[in-house]
Design a protein around this ligand. Structure first.
Ligand SMILES: [Zn+2]
Ligand SMILES: [Zn+2]
Length: 248
């Protein structure tokens, strides 16, 4: 399994990064996990526009889904298109939400996307065995566990600490976890995690590597987030960068 970080900026795009989007490849199959603002630009560095086989949106906050609207143009109006509908696994409100965000007057996106409503459970997407569960965020949000060829990638999506996240990440080879908040600040509850909380979750779940993501541009400190996570987790910790690739 190969993970490519297309974008990792939390909440809004940064000067060097799109918002959350991760290309996960296995055996030639390309799954896009989240499709945040600016990710369509980054995608073109690593894959042809046509080559996305499936999309999974963890939730419908703009920084995780906005470029699924931009991508409508690509598939619907390509000179060698239109391309066949691509499956989109997303919270149940996705068809209306994306169609409205794309254009309130243009109707449904059924010619571009085949939508599947997420529910907690396990199901296949191409070569991946996918497990999703609701995590602790103000809107319907799913953490993700991807398994293929005996390897496991877990992704927190956006969440505050919760038991579902620990179950999804249990024993994962790689745990891609958000760390949007700074430790020691008066953070709102039930929204995001700090570096320390990400490290604690990694320790409890017994993961192989901790990759921190969704740090918010300009508002926090990468150094302090890293230190806090590394103090709470004895394994390998890294803050991901756009374009970083990991063989899992
Ligand atoms: Zn977010
Ligand atoms: Zn969110």
């Amino acid at each position: 399994m190969r993970l490519t970080v297309l974008g990792c900026a939390g909440s809004f795009p940064g000067p060097e990064s799109a918002c959350s989007s991760y290309l996960v490849e296995e055996d030639g199959f390309r799954l896009l996990v989240d499709f945040g603002t600016g990710a369509l630009s980054a995608l073109q560095r690593y894959a042809s526009l046509k080559s996305v086989d499936a999309i999974l949106l963890t939730h419908l906050h703009c920084d995780h889904m906005q470029d699924a609207c931009s991508y409508v143009v690509v598939r619907r109006y390509a000179p060698d298109g239109p391309y066949p509908p691509v499956p989109v696994y997303a919270p149940s409100g996705a068809p209306d939400r994306l169609a409205t965000a794309y254009s309130p007057d243009d109707g449904p996106l059924d010619d571009v996307y085949t939508f599947y409503g997420l529910q907690p459970g396990t199901f296949p997407i191409g070569p991946f065995t996918v497990t999703v569960d609701r995590v602790n965020h103000p809107v319907e949000t799913y953490g993700v566990r991807l398994e293929a060829a005996g390897r496991v990638l877990a992704y927190s999506a956006d969440t505050a600490p919760c038991d579902a996240l620990l179950r999804l990440a249990h024993g994962a080879d790689v745990f891609l976890c958000e760390a949007a908040y700074m430790d020691g600040e008066d953070n709102p509850p039930d929204l995001h995690m700090t570096g320390r909380e990400a490290g604690e979750a990694a320790t409890k779940a017994g993961v192989g590597r901790l990759l921190l993501t969704h740090l918010v541009p300009a508002w926090g400190s990468e150094a302090l987030t890293y230190e806090a996570a590394a103090a709470a987790y004895a394994g390998y910790v890294e803050i991901v960068r756009p374009g970083a690739r990991y063989d899992i």
